[in-house]
Design a protein around this ligand. Structure first.
Ligand SMILES: [Zn+2]
Length: 127
């Protein structure tokens, strides 16, 4: 018999059939995946983008392939005032309701239309 566990967050029964490191405390893989995102350190948190409950990360790797969304350009306006332009945004999916409060929206996408004028800080000159 496979040993099963009950997830502390969602109550789902799960087996630890993946690398034990992916299970955060008493949580199933899905919940661990999202809980880890709430524990990001400052440097990672700065690259976290949450728009309409969807979670994205701006990759710090530049000009390499593959790029997120096929290299599509996004202009991201963070609620803290930062505006970041990137062509390397990666989607991690929709945040489950139970984690929304821990991972609230922090940004909106701006229209990447080049005719629109924004004083855009590109992520290339950031580091
Ligand atoms: Zn769970």
């Amino acid at each position: 018999m496979v040993k099963t566990y009950t997830c502390h967050s969602c109550g789902k029964t799960y087996a630890k059939n993946l690398d034990p490191d992916v299970y955060l405390k008493g949580n199933c893989f899905d919940c661990s995946f999202w809980l880890l995102k709430t524990e990001y350190h400052e440097d990672l948190a700065e690259r976290r983008v949450v728009v309409d409950g969807n979670h994205y990360m701006i990759s710090e790797v530049k000009n390499t392939y593959p790029q997120g969304f096929g290299g599509r350009q996004f202009i991201i306006q963070f609620f803290d005032g930062r505006i970041i332009k990137t062509n390397n945004l990666w989607s991690q999916g929709t945040i489950p309701d139970r984690f929304r409060e821990m991972l609230p929206d922090n940004a909106v996408f701006l229209d990447p239309d080049p005719k629109m004028r924004f004083d855009v800080e590109t992520d290339e000159k950031e580091k």
